[in-house]
Design a protein around this ligand. Structure first.
Ligand code: NG6
Ligand code: CA
Length: 502
């Protein structure tokens, strides 16, 4: 599609009328830099001092930095599901942390953020962590992989199927495992050993990074993972070069895309476990692999910025930086993250973290940078990543099919830094649900332990309802549920209403 016909559909006119700024001459490229487990307090612009993040900070200075932006959930799969579909993941019970052999969660025919942009004339690509399932069930990794990203709106993909700590430890390029030797086929199982080969549990002497909990199945590159695999030797990834491999795929794509609007969803493996940043970041921080992985992520952001600058595209590119859930320190490997944390606060001053119903579960860094259009500043607007769907639809002039992105709200003025108002209500998912109503936070009664002992995270579980006034009590210290019965009742009823789509 030509730019002229793209703008002819009204995006330019609409932008001009919504803004006091001159409308851009062309629709922006959209680059979503999506870190894994990067917490609210993990970057310089959000207060970190123990790690330097000059590239992310630069985007924050030149863009809008949000202080109340949220992933849809406190773990990966449901967050990414919502990001791409614009629907709360709690409506889809299968949208929970998936094993590496799970079938595709988002089935062909369902509108996604990518397919919406594709229909607006964008070229689209996903590079990095997928974790939304592949194939139709019982996938044979040695044949064509479908359905997958290419069937829900991406023109191309280069992905990690699930996570760095889950098998299969291979890259998938479009419909095939990359670099696979057909004479050494891959078998994957999450039920039990496929070859009786060494595991972290039986052969700790073979490990260079030991699990602290879980992660004791098949050993790949001296690190035991979740799940079992055999074969595919030539296709196995190298953990140390993963960030480089993914970033060069992303910058290649940017290079190839010049001249056409493009959407790049760059989902880094950093800073998820196993944290094995390239050795050149070995002394970037005193925090060990977790801190160094943040430095590596920031450097990848820098390389993306440089690739855009090189092609003179930075001005006309909307760069979004965010994370799929809050931070966790020990997430299953003995990588010194706890011992070397020092005074660093991965989730800043907010309570909880990855897997928590407190704000640290879903409140994440979120930066929108677009020199041609975004008004720089810090925004307290309440926004969700699932709002990108409708906001970017408005931005690009897309008309959505009925029922698409049902929980997404158009928060474009907030995204562009033109309004400090985002949405009024937002559901936060972490097993059970919480609801934000402006600065108020309700957490529904939830069974389960108050602490996750493995990760040392406060889960937010409590048998009684919880209500916090984040304006007066940002760290969720004072449960005012009994003091505010009317508000409590209203918020519980509102959550029920949203749950039942009323
Ligand atoms: C947990 C893993 C954790 C991480 C998480 C998913 C164990 C003991 N813990 O089950 O290490 O992989 O799943 O993380 O296995 S996420 O960011 O993809 O949601
Ligand atoms: Ca994650």
């Amino acid at each position: 599609m030509q730019r002229r016909s793209f703008l002819g559909c009204g995006a330019g006119a609409m932008l001009a009328s919504r803004s006091s700024f001159a409308a851009p001459l062309r629709p922006p490229n959209i680059v979503l830099l999506y870190a894994d487990d990067l917490g609210y307090g993990d970057t310089g612009c959000y207060g970190a001092t123990a790690v330097r993040t000059p590239n992310i900070d630069r985007l924050a200075r030149g863009g809008v930095r949000f202080t109340d932006a949220h992933a849809a959930a406190s773990t990966c799969t449901p967050s990414r599901f919502s990001l791409l579909t614009g629907e709360y993941a709690f409506r889809t019970p299968e949208a929970r942390i998936l094993p590496g052999d799970a079938p595709a969660l988002i089935r062909p025919g369902r509108p996604t953020l990518a397919s919406m942009l594709q229909q607006r004339g964008y070229r689209t690509a996903v590079v990095g962590k997928w974790h939304l399932g592949l194939g139709g069930g019982a996938l044979d990794w040695n044949t064509e992989i479908r359905p997958g990203p290419l069937d829900i709106g991406f023109d191309e993909c280069f992905i990690i199927p699930a996570t760095g700590d889950r098998v299969p430890c291979v890259y998938v390029e479009n419909r095939r495992v990359a670099n696979l030797d057909p004479s050494d086929p891959i078998t994957v199982s999450y039920k039990g050993s496929v070859d009786g080969g060494p595991t972290g549990k039986a052969n700790p002497e073979l490990l260079r990074m030991h699990p602290s909990h879980g992660h004791d199945n098949t050993i790949v590159n001296g690190i035991s993972r979740i799940g079992f695999m055999r074969g595919g030797k030539s296709a196995l990834w190298n953990d140390e070069t993963m960030a480089d491999v993914l970033t060069s795929r992303a910058t290649d794509y940017i290079g190839r895309s010049a001249g056409k609007p493009f959407f790049l969803y760059f989902a880094t493996h950093d800073i998820h476990v196993p944290r094995v940043p390239n050795p050149r970041y070995g002394s970037s921080t005193t925090m060990g692999p977790r801190g160094n992985a943040i430095a590596e992520f920031d450097d990848c952001v820098g390389r993306i910025i440089a690739a855009l600058e090189q092609r003179n595209l930075l001005r006309d590119t909307l760069i979004l930086v965010s994370s799929d859930n809050g931070a966790v320190v020990d997430d299953g490997y003995r990588d010194q993250a706890v011992e070397k944390l020092g005074g660093h606060r991965p989730n800043g001053a907010i309570r909880g973290g990855k897997g928590s119903k407190f704000e640290g579960g879903t409140r994440i860094p979120f930066i929108a940078h677009w020199p041609a259009r975004v008004k720089p500043g810090v925004s307290p607007a309440l926004i969700g990543q699932l709002d990108l769907f409708k906001s970017l639809a408005t931005l690009t002039g897309a008309t959505l099919p009925a029922g698409a992105a049902p929980d997404s709200e158009d928060v474009l003025p907030a995204l562009l830094g033109e309004s400090k108002k985002g949405r009024q209500f937002l559901v936060e998912q972490s097993g059970g649900l919480g609801l934000r109503d402006g600065a108020w936070k309700y957490i529904e009664p939830s069974p389960g332990p108050a602490m996750s002992l493995n990760t040392n995270t406060e889960t937010g579980n409590l048998a009684q309802p919880q209500l916090y006034d984040l304006a007066a009590d940002p760290a969720e210290q004072r449960n005012v549920a009994t003091a505010e019965p009317a508000r409590l009742e209203a918020m519980a009823a509102k959550l029920q209403q949203i749950r039942q789509r009323k």
